[in-house]
Design a protein around this ligand. Structure first.
Ligand code: MG
Length: 331
């Protein structure tokens, strides 16, 4: 009898350990499990046409001498995957500000290190054209994305984000024509990978977009950005209108703090947003991987540039976001 109980316990332990093993394997190899992503109605679906969402981290502006370029390395990507169970990362190539790509092409080398690391680790990676005025540099955007599509367009990992945050540009007159031109150039090289488009008011006007969406191509989704201490129910209502009108959303950038990137963590508002994203299966990436002394940074100043962060190295925002990412897809 005793032996029987012992055996049953051992069998039970075996099954529990197998279950945990499978769970962590699934979300540590998102590319193997989910493969090519596409848009179906207002959802992102995987290679099996199942709705799917991912949680991860956005890197900070890549601009030279802005202080966050030191984190654009393979070790950080590997650490986020291993310790945070991040399944998607975003490189934010600074474009038209000081030290950006238009005047300093080393930005491109920098983001490629992270893109290559994400591919090696089996993660999704968003290539974000981090500009507030992208339609002023359409030619350069087209050249850049043609190069990215040529290098990476055959891989399931890659997602193109062609305009981070328009500010006061008009959706129908400025942003949409820009997006259609860039999308057409990408599609000649890469017929299928997801392309994400921003909207006016720092990528909050997804309701406006949903009344005049891009129909010239498939697998187009739209980014929604929020900062929890500044943006609340009103912005979720805009997001809901967009979803109801049938467009797919990805939150390629969000913060626990206010819209300036600073201030205290708003725990209550963050929790409400996460509940909304979970309910609607919307992927999200937290702003940002940086040690600058401001609320949005996930790590404190002067910690290791290569990951391996202890919980005391994390900021208040970093601790909360790590928990959110680790629990995503296990709820
Ligand atoms: Mg492709």
């Amino acid at each position: 009898m005793k032996n029987k109980i012992k055996k049953s316990i051992l069998v039970l332990i075996f099954f529990i350990s197998q279950h945990n093993f499978v769970t962590s394997q699934i979300y540590h190899n998102p590319i193997k499990t989910h493969g090519n992503l596409s848009v179906s109605g207002n959802k992102i679906v995987d290679q099996n046409k199942q709705p799917v969402s991912f949680a991860g981290n956005s890197f900070f502006w890549s601009n030279t001498n802005w202080g966050a370029e030191k984190f654009y390395n393979a070790e950080v990507v590997s650490w986020l995957k291993k310790d945070w169970e991040t399944t998607i990362v975003r490189v934010a190539i600074g474009v038209d500000e000081n030290g950006g790509y238009l005047t300093d092409t080393t930005n491109k080398d920098r983001i490629k290190v992270v893109i290559d690391a994400a591919i090696k680790e089996g993660l999704y990676v968003i290539i974000d054209w981090h500009s507030h005025h992208a339609e002023k540099h359409q030619k350069e955007a087209i050249e850049f994305f043609k190069e990215m599509a040529t290098l990476y367009g055959h891989l399931p990992n890659i997602i193109y984000e062609i305009y981070n945050e328009p500010i006061r540009s008009s959706w129908s007159n400025d942003i949409k024509p820009y997006a259609e031109a860039v999308i057409a150039a990408i599609r000649i090289i890469d017929p299928d990978n997801l392309i994400i488009v921003g909207s006016s008011t720092w990528s909050q006007d997804v309701d406006i977009v949903s009344k005049d969406p891009i129909t010239s191509n498939k697998n187009i989704a739209y980014t929604l950005h929020f900062y929890a201490a500044s943006h609340k129910e009103k912005l979720r209502e805009k997001a809901q209108i967009a979803l109801d009108n049938g467009i797919a959303l990805m939150v390629t950038e969000w913060g626990t703090i206010n819209a300036s990137g600073d201030g205290n963590v708003d725990h209550e508002s963050t929790d409400k947003w996460i509940e909304f994203l979970l309910k609607n299966k919307i992927s999200h990436l937290n702003w940002s991987v940086n040690d600058k002394n401001e609320g949005a940074s996930i790590i404190k100043p002067n910690v290791s540039e290569k990951g391996n962060w202890s919980d005391t190295d994390l900021t208040e925002s970093g601790k909360k976001v790590k928990t959110i990412i680790k629990h995503w897809n296990k709820q």
